[in-house]
Design a protein around this ligand. Structure first.
Ligand SMILES: Nc1ncnc2c1ncn2[C@@H]1O[C@H](COP(=O)(O)OP(=O)(O)OP(=O)(O)O)[C@@H](O)[C@H]1O
Length: 395
């Protein structure tokens, strides 16, 4: 069946009262971004509280569905026939053709569901369903009616602007369209967790930018490329992600030189948060996002999180906070980032990591240690900020 139109159903966003149009416009924009790499056959149409993707040329069905399934806010995707002829005979003829094609002669049960939105259309929904059902039974000997549990639910929508026929409803990801819930800065490392954290926050409608700290020559170009690749995978869902790449080497070496080994990770993490927050604030960011989950490593115990949190004034979102590693891995596999995340490239923190990092850091001690950095740290942070590289990562 060569469909020329998809009906995009959205749930959560439909209930937003007066703001509804903003959500619909954001959804239209995100659909456009998702379909852009697939060619120019697509037209996204917002019509009477409905969103359609219409096609006026060749397109790949599977790729199109896969792209639409990555757009947050989409609850389901229904490949539809849009009819302009409104007479009962014309609708019946199209419905017969449609069911013959989708069943390909196989024995199937069906039921017609009619929604009569155009109240001037003659007959009740039940009457229309019954008479169309009778025509279909007559014309297609392979079909029988099952009102309780039909294999095919043939939907007929009679609307003022046209008639819709559809039988398939393909699930979308749900959530809210990106761009409807503010901006946040994701701390994106090359690991498994932070891309998943970004996915989850983007799913709530938040527009993301990302910051990655690298430490050349201790970390390689390939490690950096891996993070760019992860940001591109994230961009399939979140839309284009501006990735800020910050050179952390001198800061890290300085901390290494001045501070106790067991406190290195915490102090480095505190500087990452400070820098990411500064970049966020310069770029409309209203929150930070990390991939931390309680107890996963020494720097993610509750006292450690207290300590890293303390340097931020923006809220820090940690959507994975209560997840086990296995749950995070499953999500990474589902979003398609896992294979890239496990590529074995060095991370800037693992190189300088102590054998026995503190798991219960005392904030006052950490602050005391940081005083030893007073002489040069401001200048080093300023240089790191000034020399950031920005890469626009698109799907
Ligand atoms: N080099 C880095 N650049 C940017 N953010 C980082 C970096 N290293 C760590 N982070 C941030 O700090 C969080 C905790 O990092 P950590 O290395 O302790 O944990 P992790 O479980 O290995 O996380 P991930 O799998 O995301 O790397 C990460 O999820 C990420 O948000």
């Amino acid at each position: 069946m060569e469909y020329k139109s998809f009906l995009i159903k959205y749930g959560e966003i439909g209930v937003k009262g007066k703001n509804r149009y903003k959500f619909e416009d954001a959804l239209v924009r995100q659909l456009g971004l998702a379909l852009k790499p697939l060619g120019s056959a697509f037209h996204i149409v917002k019509e009477h509280g409905r969103i359609y993707v219409d096609m006026d040329g060749a397109y790949d069905y599977e790729d199109t569905i896969a792209a639409l399934q990555r757009v947050f806010g989409v609850v389901s995707i229904c490949p539809v026939l849009r009819l302009t002829e409104r007479s009962e005979d014309a609708i019946a003829a199209e419905a017969v053709r449609f069911l013959r094609e989708i069943t390909a002669g196989e024995a199937k049960s069906f039921k017609v569901f009619t929604r009569r939105i155009d109240k001037n259309y003659p007959g009740t929904s039940e009457e229309i369903s019954a008479s169309l059902g009778a025509v279909l039974l007559d014309a297609c000997p392979n079909l029988h009616v099952d009102v309780r549990n039909p294999e095919i639910r043939l939907n007929l929508e009679i609307r003022n602007e046209g008639i819709l026929l559809y039988a398939l409803s393909i699930p979308g990801p749900g959530g809210m369209p990106v761009g409807t819930a503010g901006h946040a800065m994701l701390l994106l490392s090359g690991g498994i967790d932070s891309p998943v954290a970004g996915y989850m926050i983007a799913k709530r409608g938040v527009q993301l930018e990302a910051t990655y700290f690298h430490a050349p020559p201790y970390t390689s170009e390939r490690a950096k490329q891996k993070v760019v690749d992860l940001a591109r995978i994230l961009a399939r869902y979140a839309g284009p992600v501006r990735l800020h790449i910050v050179n952390f080497t001198d800061i890290q070496l300085y901390i290494y030189e001045k501070c106790p080994r067991e406190e290195l990770t915490i102090i480095m993490r505190r500087y990452m948060m400070r820098i990411a927050e500064t970049i966020a604030k310069k770029n409309k960011g209203m929150a930070l996002v990390t991939g931390e989950s309680i107890g996963q490593v020494a720097s993610q115990t509750v006292p450690s999180l207290l300590s890293t949190n303390e340097v931020c004034t923006l809220p820090v979102f940690r959507p994975l906070i209560g997840f086990d590693k296995q749950e995070i891995i499953e999500r990474a596999e589902k979003m398609g980032s896992y294979e890239t995340s496990i590529l074995p490239f060095e991370d800037c923190c693992t190189i300088f990591v102590a054998k026995h990092p503190v798991t219960n850091p005392e904030l006052s001690r950490i602050k005391k240690s940081e005083e030893k950095l007073a002489e040069r740290i401001e200048e080093l942070v300023e240089t790191a900020l000034r020399t950031e590289e920005i890469v626009l990562c698109e799907a």
